[in-house]
Design a protein around this ligand. Structure first.
Ligand code: OAD
Ligand code: ZN
Length: 250
């Protein structure tokens, strides 16, 4: 199975990766739906919706500050690094992620499409203001405050620049992801339950346009029935083995 996956990738013309929370599990970032998943402790409808934010912005901000703090301490793992290496080898053309944790960027992936936003990015609820807290140097200050964060330009409430339930995905990211999926001859799907749309269309588009699907997951997912190769294995271990095989082929 690993051999087959390695061959598909090494011979690919335009390979892409599509990732979900499972790729960051080994970095200590909780997944959403798995055992001990985030949504078991916090009901998403209470926290990750525009309605929840209107009703109780303090609670929503408390949750996001907690997640930001947890995520900023997390480090990319072998799987994130392997994807960055595959890109520098010229095999992988892009990583499309549903994750907001920034670990692909930390690992060095250059062409990254974030379908659900980025937890370190905040935006104004009224004007066009946006801020990437890792670059503006205000992350510490932001996490230390317990009051509601205000827009430096207009004074309105700031919000996390992530996609909440019931909200559309950022149009340019989604269009770019669809365009890449149509072009791809191989998609490496890692650590996603494949049940959240429109993101879950990505591997389906690759398949429908004649490409192949390699899936890495510790469990079967919504993608497994259409996967050409399914590696039932934690992401870090699978990617390490896969990289060794690929390097032996090229
Ligand atoms: P889920 O939590 O739904 O799924 C995580 C997947 O990772 C599951 O299929 C697990 O079996 C798998 N997994 C867990 N540990 C793994 C490991 N070490 N190696 C490989 N696989 C592992 O997360 P997503 O599919 O990313 O959306 O969820 C999709 C979206 O739903 C999220 O982006 C988020 C959520 O609601 C928004 O916030 C808009
Ligand atoms: Zn503003």
């Amino acid at each position: 199975m690993i051999e087959e996956a390695a061959k598909l990738l090494a011979r690919s013309r335009f390979a892409i990766a599509f990732t979900g929370a499972g790729i960051s599990a080994e970095s200590g970032v909780p997944t959403f739906r798995g055992f001990n998943g985030l949504w078991k402790k916090h009901r998403p409808e209470e926290l990750a919706t525009p309605e929840a934010f209107r009703k109780d912005p303090y609670l929503v901000w408390e949750f996001y500050r907690w997640r930001m703090d947890l995520i900023r301490k997390a480090k990319p793992n072998r799987a994130h690094y392997a994807l960055a290496e595959l890109e520098s080898m010229g095999i992988l053309k892009a990583v499309i992620t549903q994750n907001v944790d920034d670990l692909h960027r930390e690992a060095g992936t250059g062409n990254l499409i974030e379908l659900h936003g980025n937890i370190f990015q905040v935006k104004c609820t009224s004007c066009g203001y946006g801020e990437y807290l890792k670059e503006s140097g205000r992350l510490e200050e932001f996490l230390a405050q317990s009051n509601l964060p205000q827009c430096p330009d207009c004074g309105s409430l700031l919000r996390p620049d992530v996609v909440w339930f019931g909200e559309p995905l950022p149009r340019s990211a989604l269009n770019e992801a669809f365009r890449l999926a149509e072009r791809a001859d191989v998609v490496l799907v890692i650590g996603t339950s494949g049940v959240v749309y429109p993101a879950a269309y990505i591997p389906q588009i690759v398949k429908e346009t004649g490409g192949r699907i390699i899936e890495i997951n510790t469990e079967e997912s919504g993608i497994t029935p259409i996967a050409d190769v399914f590696l039932r294995c934690p992401a870090g271990e699978a990617m390490e083995k896969l990289m060794t095989r690929i390097k032996g082929l090229i």
